[in-house]
Design a binder for this molecule. Structure first.
Ligand code: GLN
Length: 470
């Protein structure tokens, strides 16, 4: 027991220990909670932990947008303070059914709106590679927890990058699945046509393993589909015959830091060394119109989804002389600045008279992005880019500048709008901080991403344990 080192233990290794009865589920759970007790005052990954293990398998952390029966779920917002769901989200029920034991609920930007966790009403999480820096967001709590060994794996939710980007900034592997492969039932809604729950872990195989547990049709979410093929755990370390495409626009994106570019390019060399062909594709609309399109579609859907927080049905209620006053006060005190900004943006974009010019237009752009990605992927197995234009930035750096914060997702957003799966894996360091590589596949192409990701990961040999905790 004493030799259990949660900083480097993968979920697959933990499963092996359990199978050989070298450790019990309860001992594993305890080991992670001990690590939480040691580190989480500083890192603030968890909003709350669960003391008693519920399952006897590997423990897991869940982003606090995932409803958990009997356990407070706030989505990082004061307006949900005290809200204790009476049911489990389908993904929570599935991990429970698989025997995974819940370690706790992890920090997130309020309603998953943000790229740094600084928008959490409960204060930011910190990056284990450098605690003066953000872990990314919105799922920074899960990413920082996995990186620091406070959870072997976890679930996040990705609307425009919130699984991929924090995974990149914390040196983890993260998957945003194909839209519709993972149930959104019981997941606090941000933008329903974009939200997808996805796994975060230390290895591609762990991510694939967790994906097998959560994916597949759910009768409680009519937008889900059965997987056309079962998930295969990747084995091969060769990329022979694999065709990767770098969008030619990536070369001209000034937002990409030189150190990120260098790590990305050296990973492409590694891919070539493994037998991959690296070509070029054309995504002329993606990086020009992806962001503006997303910042119309996502706030529009959010403004509608967030209308349900009225002081009656969930969490916070601030009394007033009339019903209307009570609702106004509750929403005024309950929502932080970012959800308010998005509610206003979205309401404006949907207003009669503006609908066609903004929301309608954005939906047309979205269709073009879908076509553009489909064409680009016709001759290739995956599109490859850096995940984030920058490494983890200092806490406070972008907090006062919403547009700078939005720009963090320049590279992750377009494929989200297209509904496509994306896998981020660490590909090196810049300034001593992890750099993420993003692989974008065809619809339902997760197996292909796992194969490429696993082979690359083996050859890159990235040490996922943050330097300062080695
Ligand atoms: N950072 C993006 C936003 O603020 C994406 C967030 C997400 O994927 N949930 O909307």
């Amino acid at each position: 027991m004493s030799e259990l080192d949660t900083r480097s233990l993968t979920a697959e290794q933990a499963l092996g220990l359990l199978e050989r009865k070298e450790v019990s589920g309860a001992e594993l759970h305890r080991a992670y909670l001990d690590a939480v007790a040691e580190r989480d005052d500083e890192l603030h990954c968890y909003l709350r932990t669960v003391d008693a293990p519920v399952g006897d398998s590997v423990p897991i952390a869940l982003k606090d947008v995932i409803s958990t029966k009997g356990i407070e779920t706030t989505a990082g917002s004061r307006i949900l303070e005290g809200y204790t769901p009476v049911f489990d989200a389908t993904v929570a029920a599935r991990v429970k059914a698989a025997g995974l034991s819940l370690l706790g609920k992890t920090n997130t930007d309020e309603f998953a709106m943000g790229s740094s966790t600084e928008n959490s009403a409960w204060g930011p999480s910190r990056n284990p590679w450098d605690p003066s820096r953000v872990p990314g967001g919105s799922g920074g709590g899960t990413a920082a927890a996995v990186s620091a060994g406070l959870a072997p794996w976890g679930l996040g939710s990705d609307t425009g990058g919130s699984v991929k980007q924090p995974s990149a900034l914390c040196g983890n592997v993260g998957l945003r699945p194909t839209y519709g492969t993972v149930s959104r039932y019981g997941v606090v809604a941000f933008a329903s046509s974009l939200d997808q729950v996805g796994p975060v872990a230390k290895t591609v195989r762990d991510v694939a393993l967790l994906y097998t547990i959560i994916a597949g049709r759910d009768p409680l979410d009519s937008t889900t589909a059965e997987l056309p093929e079962s998930v295969e755990l990747p084995e091969s370390d060769s990329l022979a015959g694999v065709r990767l495409a770098v969008p030619k626009q990536v070369a001209d994106l000034d937002a990409i830091e030189p150190g990120v570019r260098a790590a990305f390019e050296s990973a492409l060399e590694t891919a070539r060394g493994l037998g991959a062909e690296v070509g070029e594709c054309d995504l002329p609309l993606a990086y020009r119109y992806g962001m503006p399109c997303y910042y119309l579609v996502a706030p529009a859907e959010a403004s509608s989804n967030l209308a349900r927080y009225d002081g009656v049905r969930y969490g916070l209620r601030v009394e007033g002389a009339t019903y209307g006053e009570m609702v106004d006060r509750t929403r005024d005190e309950g929502f932080g600045p970012e959800p308010k900004r998005r509610i206003m943006l979205g309401t404006y974009a949907l207003a009669s008279g503006y609908y066609d010019a903004f929301y309608g237009q954005a939906q047309k752009v979205r269709t073009l992005l879908i076509r553009e990605h489909r064409d680009a992927l016709a001759g290739f197995d995956a599109i490859v880019t850096p995940t984030s234009p920058t490494v983890a930035f200092p806490i406070g750096d972008k907090a006062a500048d919403p547009l700078a914060m939005y720009a963090c997702d320049l590279l992750t957003i377009p494929s989200c709008l297209a509904g496509l799966p994306g896998l981020s894996l660490p590909c090196g360091l810049s300034e001593g901080l992890p750099v993420g590589l993003q692989l974008i596949g065809r619809q339902f192409g997760e197996n292909g991403l796992f194969r490429v990701g696993h082979a690359l990961e083996g050859a890159l040999g990235f040490d996922t344990v943050p330097e300062r905790s080695r």
